[in-house]
Design a protein around this ligand. Structure first.
Ligand code: UD1
Length: 394
């Protein structure tokens, strides 16, 4: 008998998450397991492990609650630190968990530090690894996420991809075709199952209840607006880059329409360090809000005129919702979200001239929602089916 009181020959899966973008991916997977368990006597036991990389209420607890993710069975409390500290401390703690629990599969999601830490640890213990969101490549080795993706994919036994471009990337790297399955985008499962809840929220209320400073309270009218997020080190950690971006937003974007900026903790710290914070807080048409919940961000995305972001997940959500998106990066691991592939995003990097040009030429673009193949809200079911089938053929 295992800790669940079940026979130990039942399949046991451990999912490992660590940072905000993982939570939208694990939620539908857990639902798929619960559905499976409700329909069969051959139940799967599932354990959710949170490394604790994202730990505060805004970045973690709130999203768990909204997406109805059960509290993690185990929280490793790794917290902030350098990459080596986050990965190393996660591995040390995960090794103990995997040795005790002896799962059949460790399932990892996306490209954060927890993803790579769990895949290395599991592989060294001869536990099968399944990577959900395999095969994305930016070809930019300066991004920690690219290192995490490549190491994780190299070690994974089952690679579940969101699109066919990712399948080709993996084949080109020599991954055996038998290990690759195109299942679609699991993030979109969360989007589709939360659309109605998000739609019911009130825009003005979202802004007012999340405002970091109250000076703008009476001015936000909830008409046309821009939504902005920024957190990549290449944009926010460079003293030559961040002030130029901020000045552009203050002096040009905010002159055209209100800007709602959901501020990541890293960015808030950097804005304060570069003395940009007070200026932003005191600009009447800029609304600096705490990291938003999932539903609030979805609602803003549904109604924004333009999204300005360097987030990978938001690029995907913009594509499905049809929101024109200026991607503040020079490359993307998600080319399927770009206009040339039918998506709504355009790469503008962090060059103000380029951003200005695209911003003004995009202002009058209308919404064009696009669902890439298998971005249909049913990806989690396919992920689970692939794991079950893999085991049967094993
Ligand atoms: C991480 C992921 C990135 C993802 C992003 C989304 C990696 C390598 N990066 O980057 O892929 O797009 O999350 O949010 O895993 N902090 C808080 N509260 C928290 C969490 C972090 O204040 O709950 C602070 C930390 O102290 C740190 C900064 O935010 O100073 C950055 O956090 P960190 O987890 O190191 O990386 P992210 O930039 O969030």
């Amino acid at each position: 008998m295992n800790i669940y009181g079940q026979n130990s020959n039942k399949m046991k899966i451990v999912s490992v998450v660590g940072a905000r973008p993982n939570f939208m991916k694990v939620a539908p997977f857990i639902r798929a397991i619960n559905r499976h368990n409700g329909n069969t006597t051959d139940k799967i036991s599932h354990l959710l492990v949170h490394t604790g990389q994202h730990y505060d209420d805004y970045m973690s607890k709130k999203i768990f609650y909204e997406l109805e993710i059960p509290p993690a069975d185990i929280n490793l409390g790794v917290g902030s630190g350098t990459h080596a500290e986050q990965v190393g401390n996660s591995m040390i703690a995960l090794e103990k968990v995997f040795e005790k629990e002896k799962p059949d599969w460790v399932v990892v999601y996306g490209d954060v530090n927890a993803t790579m830490a769990a895949s290395i640890t599991a592989k060294k213990l001869h536990i099968k690894v399944c990577h959900v969101e395999a095969g994305l490549r930016s070809s930019d080795w300066s991004m920690p996420e690219e290192v995490n993706r490549i190491v994780t994919d190299r070690l994974s036994d089952l690679l579940l991809t969101p699109d066919k471009i990712s399948v080709e990337n993996l084949k080109r790297e020599g991954v055996a075709e038998s290990a690759i399955r195109f299942v679609g985008n699991i993030m979109i499962d969360s989007l589709e199952s939360n659309r109605l809840k998000a739609e019911k929220l009130n825009l003005r209320q979202i802004v007012l209840s999340n405002l970091i400073s109250t000076h703008n309270e009476v001015v936000f009218k909830g008409a046309e607006f821009v939504v902005m997020t920024l957190h990549r080190p290449s944009n926010v950690d460079d003293e030559l880059v961040l002030p130029l971006l901020v000045n552009f937003v203050i002096s040009e974007v905010a002159n055209v329409m209100p800007v709602i900026w959901s501020v990541h903790p890293r960015t808030e710290k950097q804005l304060k360090q570069f003395n940009l914070w007070d200026k932003l807080i005191n600009t009447p048409n800029i609304f600096m809000v705490n990291p938003l919940g999932y539903h609030a961000m979805l609602k803003l995305n549904m109604h924004a005129k333009i999204m300005l972001t360097d987030s990978g997940g938001l690029q995907e959500e913009c594509t499905v919702l049809g929101t024109p998106c200026l991607t503040m990066r020079w490359n993307t691991e998600r080319p399927i979200t770009l206009r040339e592939y039918g998506g709504t995003c355009v790469l503008v990097g962090n060059n103000v001239e380029r951003i200005r040009q695209e911003f003004f030429s995009t202002l009058n673009n209308s919404r064009k929602p696009k669902h890439p193949e298998l971005w249909d809200g049913l990806t989690a079911e396919r992920c689970l089916m692939e794991i079950l089938n893999f085991n049967m053929n094993d």
